[in-house]
Unconditional design. Structure first.
Length: 351
């Protein structure tokens, strides 16, 4: 059996509850008329959330673990809970082992030839091919009803206005003690929910940011659906690292800002940028800890477009160890950085 056949077998034989039992999940129950199964994480995780683990009762067996960066299908779920793989790359590399575990635990018969394939690199090649062509699943807007819609005072103090927080759908999640906001694809469809730990609850072991409803961020640009028209109208797009920077920018009157949600750009994100009109200048505005060589390499990845970038040569953002983003210190600081922007040309790179 291949991945698709395994999922089809589980779906057709109604084995989702049994699979969750084998994963040692607790309080397993169907919801939404049987179209969704939810459960609590195994006891070792000390979770009180009875809906933390979710598996959709459809052929794709789409799965996620709330408050942890786990989403995809049952193979991602097994990789996390059985093999302690908590990021997408390692989950993908573990797909063959996850599939074999499912076959054995659920007693699904398979031919020797197919079992051998489970152990070879063909599984890794297959899953990589699937991942590269993935689009994010659209989520129902009702998901946001799980949260308390209210602005976060700490963000107001930092310069993100109440109006902007309302515009970006900022809300609170009591269970995870996080301020959350929706994530959309380039068409504006809801595809994920991301949360940031409230400062009062932060500790050394806590993940600062987590996806409560995960998505493949490598094929999206945060705020694309809002910023596209403004970028086209101004013939200028500002690319930042984090979603929070787009909110700060919005509060300062810059509506043409998108985020890569990380410190490196991915091929799927490049393809979105290349879909912009040719006259749109792309301005890379990365955090202050990135040097010119680093930013130039990102420009190289985007290709032959009109590209410029901001480098804080005048120490406008202060000590680089603070990793401040270009919008963190307000409009005056950003405008000063903008005045000294550099035009990217291929000769910037030493090699």
């Amino acid at each position: 059996m291949d991945f698709k056949e395994i999922k089809a077998y589980i779906y057709q034989h109604e084995l989702i509850p049994k699979l969750l039992e084998k994963l040692k999940c607790e309080a397993i129950k169907p919801e939404q008329g049987g179209s969704l199964y939810v459960a609590r994480l195994p006891d070792e995780y000390e979770s009180r959330n009875r809906r933390a683990v979710q598996v959709k009762n459809v052929k794709g067996l789409y799965s996620n673990i709330r408050n942890r960066d786990v989403s995809g299908d049952i193979f991602n779920l097994v990789a996390a809970l059985i093999y302690d793989k908590w990021d997408r790359e390692s989950q993908s590399e573990c797909s063959g082992r996850s599939a074999q575990w499912i076959l054995e635990e659920l007693g699904i018969e398979d031919s020797g030839e197919r079992k051998q394939k489970l152990k070879t690199n063909s599984w890794l090649k297959e899953i990589k091919s699937i991942r590269s062509s993935l689009t994010n699943e659209k989520l129902p807007l009702s998901i946001m009803n799980e949260y308390i819609h209210a602005p976060y005072q700490k963000w107001i103090d930092e310069g993100i206005s109440i109006q902007t927080q309302h515009k970006f759908g900022v809300a609170m999640d009591i269970d995870s003690k996080r301020v959350v906001f929706p994530v959309h694809n380039s068409d504006g469809d809801l595809i994920g929910v991301k949360g940031r730990m409230l400062d009062d609850w932060m500790d050394d072991d806590a993940y600062k940011y987590l996806y409560l409803h995960s998505c493949n961020k490598s094929i999206e640009l945060f705020n694309f659906h809002r910023a596209f028209d403004s970028a086209t109208e101004r013939s200028e797009l500002i690319v930042v690292e984090g979603a929070k920077s787009t909110m700060l920018a919005d509060s300062l009157g810059y509506y043409n800002v998108m985020a890569i949600e990380g410190d490196s750009i991915q091929p799927g994100q490049v393809s979105l940028l290349l879909g912009l009109p040719l006259d749109v200048e792309i301005i890379l505005a990365l955090d202050a800890d990135k040097d010119e060589e680093y930013v130039a390499k990102m420009a190289e990845a985007i290709g032959m477009r009109k590209i410029s970038y901001l480098i804080d040569t005048d120490n406008v953002l202060g000590d680089k160890s603070h990793k401040r983003a270009p919008f963190d210190l307000g409009k005056m600081a950003f405008e000063k950085l903008l005045q000294t922007k550099k035009i990217y040309r291929k000769r910037v790179l030493a090699s």
